[in-house]
Design a protein around this ligand. Structure first.
Ligand SMILES: Cc1cc2nc3c(=O)[nH]c(=O)nc-3n(C[C@H](O)[C@H](O)[C@H](O)COP(=O)(O)OP(=O)(O)OC[C@H]3O[C@@H](n4cnc5c(N)ncnc54)[C@H](O)[C@@H]3O)c2cc1C
Length: 340
């Protein structure tokens, strides 16, 4: 490809918390970046969670670098996070191109970023494609675009959902529902449905007994542990590891109510879909990294920020992404300094 005359210094693909935190650290190092995001507004995955979903830690423990999340009494809803990320973009005057989808990134010494963007959205309108160029790339595309459903043998006539598109209890009223998954989203959705008088039957399938965290412990403890691990890893020290005795379900008020009233009980996982006697199955079985546009690139030629434990402990959380964003920005700053 011919040398583009005016490349971006850094393109960050993904405008959720991971992309913003990386742009913040780049800005601090005096490096301009362009964020490309496919959503119509700020907030990343937080724009897509179910209506009753709340954080499992309080606002004081949900900060990105440089700016505190505004106070909220109790556990903030997703809309509070969206407002915070909106304010963060504005405060640091981050350059964000949206809604624009990155289709593919290639590299030949320079990164070439193929985009498609809606011209005038509508069923008959074509999408526009074009290519931007950058000296550095950061992948911060998160996971919500890649919901994961494990394979089970057998068939079912049940309507299948994923926590990624769970819309709240309304479509499940009058129906028998199976909720699958032993982590926080499974517990929260099963609790919400079992507390709803109009949902006659909820079965919560899990692979093992729920590992409740102590009732007086919220996400702060997990985040503190993750932070200690992240700092060790980014300093090049050994990962001190997770605290396996702590449990993994945060006992939020609704979860506690459903569990203590006896309406939220667990059932050992089925081995075939044919065993599931339900009108709906809601898979709360997690996500995979949405890294399609980067396939084929040399893993060492750019950075991933966010995603989860394969990037680093707590990297997918608001308060935990900072050290990994900082590490990516520092690496880019080093590369730029060496190239001068
Ligand atoms: C149910 C649930 C509860 C959670 N609770 C908490 C909590 O209490 N506290 C906490 O700190 N964290 C929590 N998390 C985890 C975490 O904070 C979120 O997953 C977070 O949104 C990850 O941020 P991100 O920036 O890495 O990814 P995202 O927010 O997903 O941002 C990535 C952005 O990139 C866009 N994108 C993807 N592909 C492309 C492409 N090809 N081109 C252009 N744009 C693209 C996406 O649409 C999105 O806008 C929770 C997660 C879930 C699912």
């Amino acid at each position: 490809m011919s040398r583009p005359s005016n490349p971006e210094e850094v393109i960050i693909v993904g405008g959720g918390q991971a992309g913003l935190a990386t742009a913040y650290y780049l800005r601090k190092a005096g490096i301009d970046s362009l964020i490309i995001d496919d959503q119509p507004g700020p907030g990343g995955a937080w724009r897509h969670v179910w209506p009753s979903m709340t954080l499992f830690s309080t606002s004081g423990f949900s900060n990105l670098p440089g700016m505190q999340m505004p106070d909220f009494e109790g556990f903030p809803p997703a809309s509070h996070v969206v407002d915070y990320l909106t304010a963060y973009e504005t405060r640091y005057d981050l350059r964000v191109l949206r809604p624009v989808t990155v289709r593919k990134v290639t590299h030949d010494g320079m990164f070439h970023v193929e985009l498609s963007e809606p011209t005038n959205p509508g069923p008959t309108n074509p999408t526009n494609t074009r290519t931007l160029h950058a000296r550095h790339i950061v992948a911060a595309t998160g996971t919500w675009r890649s919901p994961f459903v494990p394979h089970y043998p057998g068939t079912t006539t049940a309507h299948q959902w994923h926590s990624a598109n769970y819309p709240g209890p309304e479509p499940f009223r009058g129906s028998r529902v199976a909720v699958v998954g032993s982590a926080n989203s499974g517990a929260q959705i099963a609790a919400e449905l079992s507390l709803d008088d109009a949902v006659p039957h909820v079965t919560w399938y899990t692979r093992h007994a729920p590992r409740w965290m102590p009732d007086d412990v919220d996400g702060r403890v997990l985040f503190a542990r993750n932070r200690a691990r992240a700092l060790a890893v980014t300093r090049g020290e050994a990962d001190p590891g997770a605290d396996s005795t702590l449990g993994d379900i945060v006992v939020l008020p609704n979860v506690k109510k459903a569990r203590d009233s006896g309406s939220l009980t667990w059932t050992p996982m089925f081995s075939s879909l044919g065993e599931v006697d339900a009108d709906h199955i809601i898979w709360c079985t997690g996500f995979r990294p949405a890294i399609g546009p980067f396939r084929g690139l040399d893993r060492n030629s750019f950075d991933f920020v966010g995603y989860g434990d394969w990037v680093g402990p707590g990297a997918a959380t608001i308060v935990g992404v900072g050290p990994f964003a900082k590490r990516a920005a520092a690496r880019i700053a080093r590369d730029i300094a060496q190239a001068r």
